[in-house]
Ligand binder design. Structure first.
Ligand code: 0L1
Ligand code: MG
Length: 268
């Protein structure tokens, strides 16, 4: 994916759009998709908005600890009506501990996804292969992602959702940390339970054939943005199943084959 399209939005417009998204995120107030006002917005411009958002959070003291790949499975793409994956950044302020309660009154319409996360031990940069990702990975572990599109009705297009940091809201690392080659990550099964009922079932191969492929894709997008993936990054490879909407009082448990499980309960 090349991001070097011609500029059509100037830097001032990019900053204003990032402020619009940030306000929606901070106050949990839905907005209409950005392409309603900027129908010609390109993917390159959407990533410039995301970068401006990242810089603003950093200026407020948040630390970028890693990244997420999004829209990397067929169930997710079908659910959201898009056909291209994307990436978003993760900060320390978005992390929540496993097996605890998560407040949702500061979110608009949260949904939960079960993912495999990679923690890197060496820098990845440029265009890399899944094999290079595996070699640069210290360990993998289960994670839940709580996404929250800032767009009304979870209705968006690829440009708008990328500008909205790929709907990133909260993430919950948990389960067992294992060496990346200790299991065939394609065949790691996940059962996602919602209030004790099985809501979604999937396997790692849903994520671009192998979750490491999603990390390779992500590193390529970072390269297009002039960024690298530093050693020690926490990177989520994308949802294995479709996302499950949650409300206060709900409990989600994700059970990963040989990798343990994560439970969270949602409260006001
Ligand atoms: O993590 C994801 O796959 C979400 C990407 C953005 C699309 C959505 O909000 O569902
Ligand atoms: Mg996700």
């Amino acid at each position: 994916m090349s991001l070097d399209n011609p500029k059509t939005l100037n830097d001032e417009a990019i900053i204003r759009l990032a402020e619009r998204v940030e306000t929606a995120q901070r106050y949990a107030t839905p907005i209409h998709k950005l392409t309603q006002d900027y129908p010609d917005m390109t993917l390159s411009e959407a990533y410039r908005v995301q970068t401006a958002l990242r810089r603003s959070y950093e200026a407020r003291g948040q630390r970028v600890i890693g990244w997420k790949a999004g829209l990397t499975s067929k169930p997710k793409m079908a659910q959201m009506g898009v056909s291209t994956p994307g990436v978003g950044f993760l900060t320390d302020a978005m992390e929540r501990p496993a097996n605890r309660k998560i407040t949702v009154s500061d979110l608009i319409h949260p949904r939960v996804e079960a993912e495999i996360a990679f923690v890197t031990k060496s820098e990845l940069s440029g265009k890399v292969t899944a094999e290079q990702v595996m070699a640069a990975t210290d360990y993998v572990q289960p994670a839940l992602e709580v996404i929250d599109s800032r767009f009304s009705g979870f209705k968006f297009d690829l440009e708008s959702v990328i500008a909205d940091n790929s709907s990133s809201a909260r993430y919950v690392p948990g389960g067992r940390m294992i060496r990346p080659d200790a299991l065939d990550l394609r065949t790691v099964g996940v059962v996602l339970e919602h209030n004790g009922e099985i809501a979604q079932i999937g396997a790692g191969a849903e994520v671009l054939g192998h979750p490491a492929e999603a990390i390779a894709m992500l590193v390529g997008v970072l390269d297009d943005m002039g960024e690298v993936l530093p050693a020690g990054s926490f990177v989520m490879a994308g949802a294995i199943t479709a996302a499950v909407a949650v409300k206060p009082g709900d409990t989600i448990t994700a059970r990963f084959y040989e990798m343990g499980s994560i439970t969270v309960t949602f409260t006001e």
